[in-house]
Design a protein around this ligand. Structure first.
Ligand SMILES: N[C@@H](CCC(=O)NCCCC(=O)O)C(=O)O
Length: 254
């Protein structure tokens, strides 16, 4: 197959949405811009890839990495053994995200999860979520105030404390705490048997995990794509992700 990009091709999960009265799928520019800035080529992936056998598997042969984006929708709770429904669900996104995680894990394809993407990686690996963090009375407020302007919604509001000798602290060259934004109502309750905790908030909530024995499979609860051009830590996360995708691309070539 001819090389159509001299840069790694990164599959980006989209969200079910309405565009006017029409059902559609969307992804924020901030995710696409962060991939381009770090040297990758973003390819938004439609939920329809799950509608035919092997469509996803065949499509992944041209990808070099997967970005699991954030979303205001919540994973359907039956995926982690709970009853009930979510008022804002996106079942087709769930199906695609879990399909991508399964294939990328088997292929050791780089994955980077953000917010809902962290929750998807955890649930895909047998973990579970707190469905309403604020109702547990165990944690500080992690939701944004959506009445505020975006600059304030995505402003840093708490520190995260990287685990010493973890993948994140090694990637950053430091285990010193750093400030992050926070725009989520759900959170990690259990990581499942395989994932490694990479960082926690001061209240103990897990804020980052990684999949061991995988070249790059990192997921964070905050939003490093927000102003990734001006935040050094965000730049380093995306640069490491794209570097891992370049290595994957080279290794998969015949
Ligand atoms: N719905 C989940 C995940 C929250 C999340 O991803 N928020 C970001 C949405 C907008 C964006 O992509 O920037 C939860 O509430 O925990």
């Amino acid at each position: 197959m001819g090389i159509i990009f001299d840069k790694p091709l990164i599959g980006v999960v989209m969200c079910q949405n309405f565009i006017g009265s029409h059902a559609g799928q969307t992804v924020h520019n901030k995710y696409l811009d962060a991939i381009v800035l770090a040297g990758g080529v973003p390819l938004p992936l439609p939920h329809q890839l799950m509608q035919a056998p092997h469509l996803l598997e065949n499509s992944m042969t041209v990808l070099d990495g997967i970005l699991l984006t954030g979303s205001p929708s919540n994973i359907e709770p039956w995926h982690y053994g709970e009853d009930g429904r979510e008022a804002h669900a996106d079942p087709a996104r769930d199906r695609l995200a879990f399909g991508l995680i399964t294939h990328a894990t088997g292929k050791k394809m780089p994955m980077f999860g953000i917010c809902r993407g962290l929750q998807e990686l955890v649930v895909a690996n047998g973990g579970a979520l707190h469905r309403q963090l604020h109702m547990t009375h165990l944690f500080q407020e992690h939701r944004e105030d959506d009445a505020l302007p975006l600059e304030k919604q995505y402003a840093p509001v708490h520190d995260v404390l990287p685990e010493v000798d973890g993948m994140l602290s090694q990637l950053l060259g430091s285990a010193e705490p750093f400030a992050v934004n926070s725009l989520h109502g759900q959170g990690i309750r259990e990581t499942g048997p395989l994932l490694r905790v990479e960082a926690r908030a001061p209240d103990g909530l897990i804020e980052a995990v990684s999949l061991p024995k995988h070249p790059f499979s990192l997921a964070v609860q905050w939003h490093p794509e927000w102003h990734s051009d001006r935040d050094p830590i965000s730049r380093r996360l995306f640069t490491a992700f794209i570097h891992a995708a370049v290595c994957y691309h080279k290794e998969k070539q015949p």
